[in-house]
Design a protein around this ligand. Sequence first.
Ligand code: HEC
Ligand code: HEC
Length: 261
Amino acid sequence: MRITKPIQSTAGLFALALSAFAQTTMQEHPEAYPRADIEYGARLYSEHCDRCHGANGAGVAGINLASGKFRSATTDGQLRMVITNGFPTAGMPPFRLDIADLTGLVAWLRNMNAIDRGSLKPGDPARGRVLFEGKGACESCHRVNAHGSRKGPDLSDIGTLRSAGYLERILVDPNGQLLPINRPVHLVTRAGKAYDGRRLNEDTYTVQMMDTDGHLQSFVKADLREFKVSTKSAMTSYKGELKPDELADLVAYMLSLKGAQ
Ligand code: HEC
Ligand code: HEC
């Protein structure tokens, strides 16, 4: 931006600051969406949308998906609705996609203009599975399709529940992502028996947990001598442990876990 006239009034300065802010947020737009979501969305787009809209987004007459402006949607929420409902009479079928898929597609639509699809390096689900079952030792805490441990949440349908960006973040910052309900708990009954595990559910009077042996336990709070909920995740960060490529492969594998159909 070039300023040709000195600005005297504070109102003018304020306006200048505002427009500078608008400009940086525009420039920084690509970073507003997690890279993992953009990559996953680009893959889904080529699978589901290319055939009509084309790789450049201009395949349907009168519509340019890469322009960042949509006739029928302004917000991301509206874009999700457009994709979900389609335009059956005008020739776009409805898409029954889950949260992970919709989040990815919207992230890609918002960034089509700024990012060259060929430059993206999406992870590989098959390599991710090998990491999950091998070097990553994820199965020592997690279960997928009846394989593995119950210490951590069952991940059999994690690919329908969580976005690519979330899955990438939890691997490098599990504490930042800790879902309150999944927190580690420590409790001691009046009889003096101690239990450690993961909280599954809690209401005013009772708490349910999965103990470290994978058994479901339910307690009446009034019967407890001690009840502590940890703010620290039982999962350690894989930042530095695994290479960025390996993290991307794990994310791709988890996104492929869509549960039993
Ligand atoms: C069979 C062809 C077809 C497929 C596949 C298809 N679309 Fe469309 N899409 C259309 C047509 C035709 C329209 C224009 C509808 C109208 O004119 O009202 C449209 C409109 C849209 C719009 C609204 C554009 C605007 O300016 O408001 C969006 C967003 C969109 N499509 C996204 C997608 C996405 C994302 C996918 C893949 C998940 C997809 N479409 C798959 C044919 C298709
Ligand atoms: C030492 C046990 C342990 C290991 C090893 C472990 N996790 Fe976890 N993980 C947990 C626990 C416990 C949670 C529940 C939330 C929390 O405590 O952070 C969790 C949460 C998650 C979640 C979020 C689930 C949701 O519903 O949002 C994902 C995804 C995940 N882990 C993936 C992995 C992957 C991939 C690996 C291997 C690279 C791994 N975990 C290794 C214990 C573990």
